[in-house]
Design a protein around this ligand. Sequence first.
Ligand code: 5GP
Ligand code: SF4
Ligand code: MG
Length: 455
Amino acid sequence: CGIFGIYGHPEAANLTYLGLYALQHRGQEACGIVSSDGRSLHVHRSMGLVADVFGDQALFRNLPGPAAIGHVRYSTTGDSVTKNVQPIKVDYSRGSIAVAHNGNLVNAQIVKDELEAWGSIFQTTMDTEVILHLLAASKQNSLEDRIAEALGRLKGAYCLLFLTETRMVAARDPQGFRPLCLGKLGDGWVVASESCALDLIEAEFVREVEPGEVIVITKDGITSHFPLKKAETAPCIFEFVYFARPDSYIFGKNVYSVRKEFGRQLAREHQVDADIVIPVPDSGVPAALGYAQEAGLPFELGLIRNHYIGRTFIEPQQSIRHFGVKIKLNPVREILEGKRVVVIDDSIVRGTTSRKIVKMVRNAGAKEVHVRISSPPTSYPCYYGIDTPTRKELISSSHTLEEIRRYITADSLGYLSEEGLLQSVGAGNTPYCKACFSGNYPITFPKLAAAPQLD
Ligand code: 5GP
Ligand code: SF4
Ligand code: MG
């Protein structure tokens, strides 16, 4: 998911719309904005893409005020239905509060069971709702203390934006799984999942929100708090591999440069005699450039992507469905014919994409097809906010390299090593989370049954 918030600007909701637009890659299922006019909160949320949900400018008259938060959702926990669209807003004894969440709590069910035993009634199936119930139940006096008490009960990955009538609060979990940055626009403050959202609205990048930090923004300015127990950090390395936008700066680094270095390292680890290097667009592009430069091979666009396929694309009837991946990608025969081709993608999840692409490239006349993947085999599900399928659907959890090569019908297959991945990020002493590759989860689950179901 992606979150965006702005405080202290007359066009808060409109700028939030633009911020969400820049974060659309982090979730295409649903989106929403909550604004504050200083007296009450106003909400508009729906399933769909940002441009569709907020396409009508007249809508913004219903989202007045100088502060707003927004969310783009792709479902990790909770069903994909309208009532699970964020931000969530509640009214309670102390007023109204809304929250937008990126991440995934690993102990949500345990806390939820406890709260329900005390009489709380939940309206959604989202782990995020737990946070609001904890806030409402807190006996602390100040909002900061109530938030600190609520966060103290949570385990897992969270970047959060809270909005009340008069304040905006940003929080990042002590491990710092997901990125979050702070920006400035005139006299206003901006918080966003990725810096590309600041760029779009021409806000100045100030700094990242630190792991475990809670930033309270009021009309008097910002204050920073560290109310939570310190933990070893575990920023998500998969943000660099796939999730974040290449123009963003996250965890102190530019995503494009890191991705390109993955490709260079991949070339060092898995050389092959070939004529051209092509990416699987868009996610494989920076790594393919790095690979080509390091290997001294020409970089070509051998697959062209149709950019107009949204979630709204409806598959044609069964009888003509064999178009399959061609709807999204089409090979350039002129480039591929008679060539030994290296195809670069960022990851193999189920293996279906690679299999179709190898076939497509071969049908377009390629003599050899060598697949190179700019991350290690994805063998374990993520419990911290990336929507990977269950273990048994991950092809590398149950198949050897040779079996996968045969399944995708490639002439050769090579993955970036774990050491190569860390080295390319320049991880140094930073302990990144790479559990989906290694199986070493930085937060264990309070009880196994409580591990979120990600199927
Ligand atoms: P597969 O066909 O092997 O299941 O999927 C591999 C493709 O999915 C790759 O091209 C990769 O870029 C993309 N991919 C990897 N992780 C994710 C993810 O979390 N969400 C989505 N939508 N695509 C992903
Ligand atoms: Fe990121 Fe993988 Fe860790 Fe999930 S398990 S937080 S995707 S590195
Ligand atoms: Mg891809």
